[in-house]
Design a protein around this ligand. Structure first.
Ligand code: ZN
Length: 247
């Protein structure tokens, strides 16, 4: 098995502190991340928005989260078990992708992935440098599986596509959602594009869902994105700035 499931108090504290720090980003992008249920967090969030969180306040958040973790240890253990029940299936699905071909355009594959079940933050997130996936469990087994894969796809495309073309949040999510639907639409029939992806870059939307084509050919993603973002030839809108040659 190349997926490990791990949880720890330290990681959960870091997650809560990072979530708190990013309050403005989450506000701006329409997310409502979970934080430990303690009224102190309302004040801390307000201070985070005003960018005036103090070291002492971070310490308070750390203590509250540590206590919340200890008092819910059983819940964490159970969540880990539930995630472990589906990691083999997720790994099998992930390995069913034409990864060799996709590595050609830079899709990043880690020899091992670490899944961190969490009770806080947004539903799912990732660390593309470490091959880590953070996930909150839902009551819906299909959703839990697809969410983990969704985050593994984020890890895969972060450098090669998202950073390379400096994509905004909505466009990034749109690409991951289309990738999921094109590859795993049959496995996860209820998987849908997130609403926010309606605001993704229209040229990328046009690219990935071309009329008359059932699926996008993901082997060509880098070439096509280059056409959208860097080509001196209009594609299909006004001329774009010329950037460096593709790596
Ligand atoms: Zn996502």
């Amino acid at each position: 098995m190349q997926i490990k499931v791990v949880t720890s108090k330290e990681m959960e504290i870091r997650r809560v502190l990072n979530t708190l720090k990013d309050t403005l980003f989450f506000d701006k992008n329409g997310y409502t991340p979970k934080l430990p249920s303690n009224p102190a967090f309302e004040v801390l969030k307000q201070h985070a928005r005003q960018k005036r969180l103090t070291a002492e306040e971070f310490k308070i958040a750390e203590i509250i989260t540590g206590e919340a973790y200890d008092s819910q240890k059983e819940k964490y253990d159970n969540t880990c078990k539930k995630v472990e029940e589906y990691t083999e299936e997720v790994w099998r699905l992930f390995k069913s992708l034409p990864l060799r071909e996709y590595e050609g355009w830079g899709f990043k594959v880690f020899p091992e992935y670490i899944i961190v079940p969490t009770l806080y933050g947004i539903g799912g997130s990732y660390n593309h440098e470490k091959g880590m996936v953070f996930t909150q469990l839902t009551e819906d087994p299909e959703r839990n599986r697809s969410r983990t894969l969704h985050e593994m796809v984020h890890v895969g495309i972060e450098e090669a596509v998202v950073k390379k073309y400096n994509l905004d949040q909505n466009t990034k999510e749109y690409i991951v959602d289309r990738f999921m639907i094109d590859h795993f639409g049959d496995i996860f029939p209820h998987y849908q594009e997130q609403k926010s992806t309606m605001r993704a870059e229209p040229r990328v939307r046009a690219l990935l869902q071309q009329q008359g084509k059932p699926k996008f050919d993901w082997r060509n993603i880098d070439r096509e994105m280059w056409g959208v973002y860097r080509s001196p030839v209009p594609y299909p809108g006004p001329a774009l700035q010329k950037g460096p040659e593709p790596q």
